[in-house]
Design a protein around this ligand. Sequence first.
Ligand code: NAP
Length: 317
Amino acid sequence: MTVTVGVVGTGSIGSDHVRRLSARVSGARVGAVFDVDTARADAVAAAAGARAHADALDVVDDPAVEAVVIVSPGDTHAALALACMTAGKPVLCEKPLATTGIDALTVLAAEVASGRRLVQVGFMRRFDAGYLRMKAALDSGAIGEALVLVLHCIHRNPAVPPAFTSDMALTDSVIHEIDAARWLLGEEIVGTTVVRTRRSPFAAGHLADPQLVLLVTGSGVVVEVEVFRNCRYGYDVRCEIVGATGTVSLEVPTTGAPTTGGVLGRAVPADWGERFGGAYHAELQQWSTACGPAPWPGRTPGTGTPPPPSPRPTSGR
Ligand code: NAP
């Protein structure tokens, strides 16, 4: 059995998700797409054998569509996630779930009121082999009976488009570290401080870049994040967890650069697609499998809506 997915937004990662769902993820197909750029949507739809709709809500309401992936810009996500819940359709919403706290809480309240876990946020690091190994080491107590003291995180991108803002460095980038910290540590963040440092000469005039973010968890762990969106040299995500008697660091896949002459080669990924391609695949595979027909008992056949799976693939909360 195959789950038919609708995709809203066919830009960089949207078209990538459509390709994965169409060609690599088993048990899924893309049945409908929408993008404000109709030429882009038409091309992506034609390649996937899908229908291009004239409106995002037409994708959500399409009777053939059983589940929806939201990959349009962040400020459209909350309204679309609410529409998917109204239609009773599971939704994988790329981060951020919303661009304001009020909008995020509105989506959360609607999901709680629906009594069904329909919304998953695209936090693909939970599916990345390196992050999973780090979490397993942490959970095993290998770095000090799981007594974590500090997390050091780095999030660097080579460049950003002119419309990228200082706030987006937090809502679009550091949001990954916020989710990863909550997932790794199993606790909530209770305090945040943002510090602006000397600006990169490559940052647009309106953009504070880099920024340093200090997050404090309920038990007092400090998560220190450097977010640098114009580092020029590549896509570089790092994480080190410091425990009471040891540390564990994120392993980055080694590709490309030769190890020779006493130098250990390691190429820096060019972009998020190269670094996290495997994680996107695992995320889409697990999500679409969970959306499909009854891999667990209790699902009502024909509703297109699964009951809460256990374990659930991931959650934005
Ligand atoms: P993008 O390349 O700009 O693509 C967004 C697409 O949505 C564009 O084709 C855009 O058209 C279109 N669009 C604009 N307004 C729309 C609307 N109201 N309804 C439907 N489509 C609309 O951006 P992207 O890099 O693919 O990012 C899309 C989302 O994915 C963002 O929320 C981003 O944060 C997220 N993302 C997540 C990851 C991750 O690692 N999980 C990585 C990258 C991106 P125009 O170009 O004509 O405006």
